[in-house]
Design a protein around this ligand. Structure first.
Ligand code: ARG
Length: 277
């Protein structure tokens, strides 16, 4: 069991974000998107900027990717690649509307001199991959069922030299792994079991017996779409229930408002890719 008074230690992170200056809901590729709901893009930028400031104030480095006109979902920077141990496994988007984002991410990593592995299978980067460095020697968790193809899990394992555990997502509301599961420190996770097949729930219970278990309300509030440095857990302000559970487990919840970006079907984690050296 997780000890309530356990000392949680933050670790400095490097993140990549992309401003929502061109954000809009112009098409619907997940159940949260409704093209008839108006988006306040000025407010979206304000809320996103608060998120960026929050990370910087916590001591983290935040790199910025240049937003491109005609790519309204580019603000969800998590989808552009998946980075582990200094290696970058590139994305290949499922939907045509987002396909061009992959090249923008690739150019960023190549300009910075990262080892880049181009994908040949459909995968949406950190949207469907999570890394837990101290769990079982360093484990990649990977989702499939809606966006990322299971063949990409095997490809990621070859690219990144880490075991990949495939998990099947079954609820269309939770179409990416990162809206259903998150690493909260180097060895533990939080997740909503209902987003996964029964078999995948058993796999998660076996690998992470001390996980913080989220419920339907936590998941619907986009609570699991969080970013943690091992102590501070930045999460959607509507996810008050999950914040309480994390606090009880010794973490420090840091709520941020991202109501505008929720209209595109994303929150905190979707906006952030972690660059892991
Ligand atoms: N509108 C975007 C899409 O459906 C949202 C992506 C959210 N990103 C994420 N990492 N879950 O592709």
């Amino acid at each position: 069991m997780v000890t309530v008074n356990q000392q949680r230690v933050p670790r400095k992170r490097t993140y990549l974000m992309c401003s929502p200056e061109h954000f809009a809901v112009e098409y619907a590729i997940n159940p949260w998107m409704d093209v008839t709901t108006p988006v306040d893009s000025e407010l979206a930028v304000k809320q996103w900027d608060r998120l960026r400031e929050t990370l910087v104030n916590l001591g983290h480095d935040v790199h910025l990717l240049t937003a491109e006109q005609g790519l309204p979902d580019m603000v969800y920077a998590a989808n552009g690649a998946f980075v582990v141990d200094g290696s970058v496994y590139g994305a290949q988007f499922k939907h045509e509307q987002r396909a061009a984002e992959a090249a923008a991410h690739r150019a960023f990593y190549e300009a910075q001199g990262w080892r880049f592995v181009a994908p040949s299978e459909t995968n949406e980067g950190e949207g469907d991959f999570a890394f837990v460095p101290e769990a079982h020697g360093g484990l990649i968790l990977a989702g499939h069922g809606f966006r990322t193809e299971i063949a990409a899990h095997a490809e990621a394992q070859e690219a990144l030299n880490r075991p990949v555990v495939s998990l099947r997502l079954v609820d269309p509301r939770f179409y990416h792994l990162d809206v259903a599961l998150a690493a909260i420190d180097d060895s533990n996770i939080t997740y909503f079991p209902g987003a996964f097949s029964t078999a995948s729930q058993r796999v998660l219970a076996q690998l992470f017996p001390d996980a913080v278990i989220a419920d339907d309300d936590d998941a619907m509030a986009f609570g699991l779409n969080l970013v943690s440095d091992g102590l501070n857990v930045v999460l959607n302000s509507e996810a008050t229930g999950l914040a309480r559970k994390l606090k009880a487990a010794g973490y420090q919840p840091v709520p941020v408002e991202l109501a505008e970006l929720k209209k595109g079907g994303g929150s905190v984690k979707c906006c952030i890719a972690e660059l892991r050296h």
